[in-house]
Ligand binder design. Structure first.
Ligand SMILES: Cc1cc2nc3c(=O)[nH]c(=O)nc-3n(C[C@H](O)[C@H](O)[C@H](O)COP(=O)(O)OP(=O)(O)OC[C@H]3O[C@@H](n4cnc5c(N)ncnc54)[C@H](O)[C@@H]3O)c2cc1C
Length: 379
């Protein structure tokens, strides 16, 4: 793993997370994937490290990390066990929605138990017929006195199988398109959430995404922000999420690159080390260059975020490039391993499978291109 410059990050935090990754996550990563074991078995250890609250300020029980350290840590976690990284990322989407969209009272009420890992969060935007276009969602929240009746179906929701706190997006004004979406905090213990199936997936096999239906009375005080502000909260949350996914992609690519580098240094063919083949050297050169380019885009995005500037376009560019880069780099790493790379005896095939989702969730590559192009034309 390379890192952002030491002047930008908290090296002692990153060192302890790196050691945690090595000793706790790494030994179980292959098993978590192979057995599709829900990565929640790591929550206790992650909580003890403060990782479940890395994205939150100290006043809500979080670690209060600067964004460089936070995102570098996420790269390390995902490069070690992408299923665990994905579970943590989805948890952050829930607590970030409350952080960005909630009142002070709501933050005080929900964030400390999410920060400590006592409660697991889920972020429920996608529906069976509303993925890339959340404004077309069908879930409705109908006001009835001091409650809303929320009814609908959400799809592909990470963590839903074990989550205690859901941020659910629903239409309070179905005629108003995207401007009619509101966000709600829904606690599973209050009932009304019925879990459906978690589809087996090609990668991130330890990060289960569930369908669920909701038919629940939710107190009006659980609405985050004004009626109609839901998509704004979701988009702010997804800006933070997209740079997170970009750095998780960097982490997976770096793990694959490190495995490939190690392989060429040790694998011999007729007494000749394969690192002497120029074809493989060039692959490694391209891999290292692409990772560095993705890191550069992420760095600029994080700089803007740290400075309090808008970074939606940069986050879209970073996610687009880093996720596609992770596809190319992990594929080359497998190729460098030859037939061994295709077997389950090595981690590299897992990296290929885990990297694939990065181009899809939190906005597909096509949607990132739409966001970038719209801003170019508007400029
Ligand atoms: C493992 C996993 C975990 C997930 N976790 C969560 C979660 O925790 N919470 C949550 O809310 N969602 C989650 N998702 C959902 C994910 O964000 C969506 O799958 C994603 O946004 C794409 O939506 P879709 O699957 O409906 O594809 P669709 O929107 O149906 O897209 C199909 C194709 O059409 C393309 N397309 C769509 N619109 C356009 C356009 N305007 N221009 C060009 N091309 C377009 C897409 O790029 C794609 O190639 C998860 C998904 C998976 C697989």
């Amino acid at each position: 793993m390379t890192r952002f410059h030491a002047s930008l990050v908290d090296t002692s935090v990153l060192d302890s997370i790196a050691s945690f990754c090595k000793t706790v996550l790494a030994p179980e990563a292959r098993m978590t994937d192979r057995e599709a074991r829900f990565a929640t078995h790591h929550i206790k250890a992650l909580s003890e490290m403060g990782i479940m609250g890395m994205n939150l300020p100290t006043e809500y029980g979080g670690m209060g990390l600067d964004p460089y350290t936070l995102l570098e840590a996420m790269a390390n976690i995902s490069g070690t066990c992408a299923s665990t990284g994905s579970m943590v990322s989805a948890h952050f989407l829930c607590s970030d929605s409350i952080k960005f969209g909630g009142s002070e009272e709501q933050k005080q009420k929900y964030l400390p138990s999410l920060a400590s890992g006592e409660k697991l969060g889920a972020f429920a935007l996608t529906e069976p017929s509303a993925g890339s276009d959340p404004a077309s969602m069908l879930t409705k929240a109908t006001r009835a006195g001091d409650h809303y009746h929320i009814k609908g179906t959400k799809h592909f929701i990470s963590n839903a199988g074990a989550a205690d706190v859901f941020v659910i997006y629903a239409k309070t004004d179905p005629a108003a398109g995207g401007k009619g979406v509101s966000a709600f905090v829904v606690e599973k213990k209050n009932g009304g959430i019925t879990l459906g199936k978690a589809e087996p997936t090609m990668g991130l096999r330890g990060a289960h995404a569930f369908e669920f239906s909701i038919d629940a009375r939710v107190p009006a005080e659980n609405r985050l922000g004004d009626e109609g502000s839901g998509l704004r909260t979701a988009m702010k949350t997804l800006d933070a999420g997209r740079i997170d996914i970009a750095m998780c992609s960097v982490g997976i690519a770096e793990a694959a690159y490190a495995a490939a580098l190690e392989w060429v240094k040790t694998r011999k063919m007729g007494g000749v080390n394969i690192s002497t083949y120029q074809g493989l050297q060039w692959m490694l050169a391209d891999m290292a260059t692409e990772i560095a380019a993705a890191r550069g885009l992420c760095l600029e995005t994080i700089r803007k975020r740290a400075a309090g500037e808008r970074y939606s376009i940069e986050a879209a560019m970073a996610k687009l490039f880093a996720s596609e880069m992770a596809g190319r780099v992990t594929d080359k790493a497998l190729q460098i391993h030859g037939g061994y790379g295709f077997t389950q005896s090595y981690d590299v095939e897992r990296y290929v499978r885990d990297a694939r989702i990065m181009r899809i969730y939190e906005g597909t590559s096509e949607i990132q291109r739409n966001i970038i192009a719209r801003s170019l034309i508007a400029d």
